[in-house]
Design a protein around this ligand. Structure first.
Ligand code: HEC
Ligand code: HEC
Length: 329
C-alpha cells in the first residue's frame, strides 16, 4: 500500500471513528465537565472585540488567556503544522476546499460565525451564527469548543496552550486573499492590562507540573476508566487480546509493554525516538495527559486527559487488560 493510500485510509478511519464517536464524545465532554472541578460559569460571556478596532473587552471571568498579545509574534509555520496534525481530519483549509466532517476554513478569521455555505451546522452552532470570528471569539472557541458553544458538533477537546492557540489563529489568518489586520499595539496593550490583575480565580496556567497520580489508584474506578476509554479512545484503539491495530496500535497489555513497539504498527518517527522503555503508570500518565508535549509531532491526535483521577481510572482499566497486570502504585 502506498503512503498516500495509507493516509487516505487513515483519514477514512478517522472519519468513520468520528462519526460513530461523535455522539459519545459529546457525552464524554459532559462527563469531563463533571469530573473536572466546575470552576467556570456554564456559558462564558462573549468578548465583543471587533476586529479592526477592539472595543474595551468584556473580560470573561474565567475565560482562556488572551491570544491578542501573542499574535504578532506567533509562529505561523507551527500553527500550520498543528492544524495539519489535529484539525485536517475534519477540515480542509484551501480556497474552495470541500466541507468534511467540519466546514472548510479558508477565510474564517473575520468571517461570520457558523455560516459557511453548504455546511450543515449543528443547531447549537446555528444559534450563534451571525456573530463574527474575531480573534477573541476564535480564542474562546479553540480553547474549549464545547464551552463556547455547548452542544457543538465539533468533537475536539480544545487547545489548552495559549501560544499554540495564537500560532493556530495566526495561521488561519493567512488563509485569505486579504487577511484581516493583526492587533494594533494599542489593542495588545488593552488586552495585557485586562489580564494583569488576574484574580486568584483565573486559574493561572500552572506550569504543567507533571503531577504524580500514584495516590489516586487507591480510589480509581475500572468501570469509569472503561467508560472513558469507550468514549475517547476506542475510535482509534482496540484493547482486546490480539485486536487489530486501528488508527492507533492495539493496547492489550500496554502497561509494562515496551513503549511504541507493537509489532506491525507503523509509528510516527516522533514516538519512535521514544521507543524502548516499558510503559509505567507514571510515563503513561504523562503521555495521556498531553501526548503532543510528551512526543512533539506524534500522530495521536488527542488533546489529552487533563483530570488526574480520570487518568488513574483509565490506566487502571488498561492494566486490567493484560495477561499479567502490573502492580500499580
Ligand atoms: C472531529 C472533527 C473536528 C476536529 C478534529 C476539528 N473540528 Fe473544527 N469543526 C468541526 C465541526 C463538526 C464544526 C461545526 C460545528 C457545529 O456545527 O457545531 C467545526 C467548526 C469549526 C470552526 C467554525 C467554522 C465556521 O464556519 O464558523 C472553526 C473555526 C474550526 N472548526 C476550527 C478548528 C480547528 C482550528 C481545529 C484544530 C485545532 C478543529 N476545528 C478541529 C469538526 C472538527
Ligand atoms: C484520534 C486517534 C486516537 C485517539 C482518540 C487516541 N489515540 Fe492513542 N494513539 C493513536 C496513535 C496514532 C498512536 C501512535 C502514535 C504515533 O505513532 O505517533 C497512539 C498511541 C498510543 C499509546 C502508545 C502505544 C504503544 O504501543 O506504546 C497509548 C498508550 C495510547 N495511544 C493510549 C490512548 C488512550 C488511553 C486514549 C484515550 C484516552 C487514546 N490513546 C486516544 C491514536 C489515538
Amino acid at each position: 500500500m502506498s503512503q498516500s493510500d495509507k493516509d487516505s485510509l487513515l483519514v477514512n478511519k478517522i472519519a468513520a471513528g468520528v462519526l460513530t464517536a461523535g455522539l459519545v464524545l459529546w457525552g464524554a465532554n459532559r462527563l469531563a465537565d463533571i469530573f473536572v472541578s466546575s470552576e467556570a460559569p456554564k456559558e462564558p460571556a462573549i468578548a465583543l472585540a471587533a476586529l479592526p478596532n477592539a472595543a474595551p473587552m468584556a473580560v470573561v471571568a474565567s475565560g482562556p488567556e488572551s491570544i491578542i498579545p501573542l499574535l504578532v509574534g506567533a509562529d505561523v509555520a507551527k500553527g500550520q503544522a498543528f492544524v495539519a496534525q489535529q484539525c485536517a481530519a475534519c477540515h480542509t483549509v484551501n480556497s474552495g476546499g470541500a466541507n468534511g466532517v467540519g466546514p472548510n476554513l479558508y477565510g474564517v478569521v473575520g468571517a461570520k460565525m457558523f455560516s459557511a455555505p453548504g455546511f450543515s451546522f449543528s443547531s447549537a452552532a446555528k444559534a450563534k451564527a451571525g456573530g463574527t470570528w474575531t480573534y477573541d471569539n476564535l480564542n474562546q472557541w479553540l480553547a474549549a469548543p464545547d464551552k463556547f458553544v455547548p452542544g457543538t458538533a465539533m468533537s475536539y477537546a480544545g487547545i489548552h496552550n495559549t501560544q499554540t492557540r495564537a500560532d493556530v489563529v495566526a495561521y488561519l489568518r493567512t488563509l485569505s486573499a486579504s487577511p484581516v489586520p493583526l492587533p494594533t499595539p494599542a489593542q495588545v496593550k488593552a488586552a495585557q492590562q485586562a489580564a494583569t490583575p488576574a484574580p486568584a480565580a483565573s486559574a493561572a496556567p500552572a506550569a504543567p507540573a507533571k503531577p504524580s497520580i500514584d495516590t489516586l489508584f487507591a480510589t480509581a474506578s475500572e468501570a469509569k476508566g472503561q467508560a472513558v476509554f469507550a468514549q475517547q479512545c476506542a475510535a482509534c484503539h482496540t484493547i482486546t487480546k490480539g485486536g487489530a491495530d486501528g488508527v492507533g496500535p492495539n493496547l492489550y497489555g500496554i502497561v509494562g509493554r515496551k513503549a511504541f513497539s507493537a509489532p506491525g504498527y507503523d509509528y510516527s518517527s516522533a514516538v519512535k525516538a521514544k521507543a524502548g522503555q516499558p510503559w509505567t503508570a507514571d510515563s503513561l500518565s504523562a503521555w495521556l495527559q498531553d501526548p503532543a508535549a510528551y512526543a512533539p509531532g506524534t500522530r495521536m491526535g488527542y488533546a489529552g486527559l487533563h483530570n488526574d483521577q480520570t487518568r488513574a481510572d483509565v490506566i487502571l482499566y488498561l492494566n486490567k487488560n493484560s495477561d499479567s497486570p502490573a502492580k500499580l502504585p
